[in-house]
Write a protein that binds this ligand. Structure first.
Ligand code: KG4
Ligand code: ZN
Length: 341
């Protein structure tokens, strides 16, 4: 089954052609990073306009690279949430229009769920369920029990910022360009992770939940001292940037390692599956490898860590087979989708 995937949840316009859920024939991503960089974050209105401009060329490119025509496609898949409503509408309406024009089924896919599927489709062996899924992105930080593809139980989530969001906000404090994750990872390589004793939050009564807002404030104090109201630009030396990056990264990532492994132990799972932009971080992967050897860790391949449409098309194959039909054309975009099925 040849699936055309479309992704426009945030600041990437993407399209991909995937065969039978795993064979990626093309995976085209048009990133808007340069458009939003000068604002220090994604500006929804600008993101929507750019999606409108590039979505058709991106789909054309995906078909061309796969050496396929629209008439070869069996199913149109699109991320219908979670994300920015305006941005979602563009992908969703494009998918509906294609579905109508081609008389082919279309299916709406949960973007967060697809991030976890990105790891499954990168893995060359069958996955043993149940396993623990860790979604670590700019918009989400959650642990889920994956009973099988499409069947999840939410275990825990962040009570404030997502981990990628914390990376981005700390990067902003350090005057680094958006998105901050890769910048912090790079600076951290040269920094002293022990210089600041930062800690991620503990949520009373919910030990597997995440909290990164206190950690973010601790970074601010380390930068400005107690004089936190100081609006003046604080001059930050390169060495301080490196040490703060290393100490912050260590605190955020070790927290994820501890909680994910605690969840695996609690739910007696031997396999952990990871998804979302923060899985791009090499240090995170190393920390898991160092932590415990008896678990199997399944990571998305590097080209599937960030937002992409291959994961949307891949997951759609399973969803379509499970449901036995596509979605109706009145499917609405959703800014938030709870992680329960
Ligand atoms: O999954 P994604 O592309 O978008 C969402 O669905 O949110 O994730 C983007 C997030 C951003 O917050 C970005 O800073 C973070 O992933 N990120 C990283 C790294 N690369 C991207 N965080 C830490 N280390 C990285 N190398
Ligand atoms: Zn994403």
């Amino acid at each position: 089954m040849l699936v055309l995937g479309i992704e426009s949840t945030c600041d990437e316009t993407a399209s991909a052609v995937v065969n039978n859920g795993t064979t990626i024939l093309s995976n085209i991503i048009s990133s808007q990073i340069e458009l939003h960089q000068k604002y220090g974050g994604v500006v929804p209105e600008l993101a929507c306009r750019r999606h409108v401009d590039v979505i058709i060329p991106v789909i054309d490119e995906a078909l061309k690279e796969a050496n396929k025509q629209l008439s070869d496609i069996d199913l149109i898949a699109v991320a219908y949430g979670p994300g920015l409503i305006g941005a979602l509408l563009i992908g969703l309406n494009t998918a509906k229009a294609l579905s109508l024009a081609l008389n082919k089924p279309f299916i709406g896919i949960n973007h967060t769920e697809a991030h976890l599927y990105a790891a499954i489709m990168s893995y060359p062996h069958p996955v043993t369920f149940p396993c623990i899924g860790a979604v670590l992105s700019g918009g989400h930080t959650s642990l889920v029990l994956i009973k099988e593809i499409g069947q999840y139980e939410l275990i825990s989530q962040t009570v404030d910022d997502a981990v990628g969001e914390a990376f981005d906000k700390v990067a902003k404090m350090l005057d680094l360009p958006y998105p901050g994750g890769p910048q912090i990872e790079e600076l951290a390589k040269k920094g002293d992770a022990k210089r600041f004793n930062f800690k991620s939050g503990f949520v009373k009564g919910h030990p597997l939940d995440f909290s990164f807002s206190g950690l973010k404030t601790a970074v601010l104090y380390a930068l400005k001292g107690q004089n936190i109201q100081n609006e003046n630009i604080v001059v930050i030396s390169e060495e301080l940037k490196q040490d703060i990056s290393a100490s912050f990264q260590q605190a955020a990532l070790t927290d994820i390692v501890h909680k994910a492994l605690a969840a695996a132990t609690k739910y007696q799972c031997k396999t952990l599956i990871f998804g979302g932009g923060v899985t791009n971080n090499r240090r995170l992967r190393t920390l898991f490898d160092e932590a415990r050897q008896e678990f199997t860790y399944i990571w998305p391949s590097m080209e599937l860590t960030l937002d992409n449409a291959a994961m949307i098309a891949g997951l759609a194959y399973h969803q379509f087979i499970r449901k036995g039909h596509g979605d109706s054309l009145d499917l609405e975009p959703l800014a938030r989708i709870p992680f329960t099925h």
